[in-house]
Design a protein around this ligand. Sequence first.
Ligand code: SAJ
Length: 441
Amino acid sequence: MAKRRKESPTGSKGFYKPLFDLCVVGQGHIGLPTAVTFAAADLSVLGVDVEAQLVEELNNGVTHITEPGLQDSLQAVIKRGKYKAALNPEPANAFIVSVPSPIDENNQPVLDYILAAAKAIAPHLRPGSLVILESTVPPGTTAGVFVDALAANSSVNSSEYLVAHCPERVLPGQILHELIHNDRVVGGLTAEASQAALQLYCNFVKGEIVVTNATTAELVKLSENIYRDVNIGLANELALAAESLGVDVWQATVIANRHPRVNIHQPGPGVGGYCIPVASVFLAAGTDVSTPTIDGARYVNSIQPQRASDRLNELLANVDNPVVAIMGVAYKGNVGDARATPADSIIENLKKAGATVKVHDPLATNSNHDLVSLETALEGADAAVFITDHDQFSDIDPDVAAKLMRGRIVFDGRNILPLEKWQEAGFAVTRLGDGTARPAP
Ligand code: SAJ
């Protein structure tokens, strides 16, 4: 439990007991699970968001974030009087900022939401208050513009409150579990800030809490996601090499990964989401070193949707006015989030090439495409294109698909289908990187 500071509201010595232990600014994919998990650990939590309708829905125990267990947990902590949502911050012992940090059309980080959150909480800071920035930021942000924004809007001397960067590392679809069980890094501007942040996360973190400084914690977060981006880029380039050799990259990868120190990731039709694709942009914004490996992998991943589209156009070359069933628009398997998905550009490219596209996704809740049922998507389709690796796609009966579809073309962008079963049902299954794009010389 964060230690209560015996300070009066005016900051003079005495007893100051704010209404809330914790105020979490930003009630999105990370902020809401964080607020609810702290509330479930018996802290009194205020969840703040700028969206009035969202605040109202949250206070009614409703969330449209499709995260397993989240809505039930929200309703439980509301019932126990441990969670309330509001439009504006209120006095609290600790504040967490967990708001979006997107990139703009010039590929530059946008910190406006973070600075607005700092401005909103600053008037509520008291001596001993703890402020934690969780949002992913360029290295140097916490110690720079973030604390500057707090200082510019607080009447308390900045040496009297505590600031830390504590990035999250949860996997959408497993957030409530990973928030508790993953190791956590806390990076204070001062040792006291690190200890206060450690105390706070001790309320529920069962993993190890590793203490460092703020800028190191910022680099740790970016390193984790850049590691993934670079390794996905490697997998996508190995897929290209496999195609040129006429070999199956999926088989080569399985065998290579038997090496005790090799973990080659999976090639795919693109790298989506708001995390991996922007990590290298944040690193570049906070440093002035040249990073050709990181930049090269980012480039490879950014053109992967086009490469997948080009392969699809080859497969559909002999089909007049093709009807294509798109299987999956979520940015990755087993999640409902269709924002920043590679599927959007693949669908656009197919339409530009003259295809009629029907889109099916059993989990997506926020796609900008009209979604149809599996049967409707497959009905009369010349081709089925699997873009998202939802587990349930592996269970589709190819014999049923054969009865519904007009054609027998299948593009399995994630190598999720039982290949022989679909081939036995009469389908010509092409997998990205399977070596059939250019037969071996
Ligand atoms: N992808 C591939 N090949 C792979 C793995 C993923 O093409 O081998 C694609 C996915 O299909 C998806 C994209 O990359 O489109 C990103 O997938 P992801 O599994 O990296 O998922 P995110 O972005 O939801 O979560 C990542 C995670 N970071 C790491 O695994 C290092 C998560 O732990 C972070 O908390 C999250 O970013 C974040 O919020 O930063």
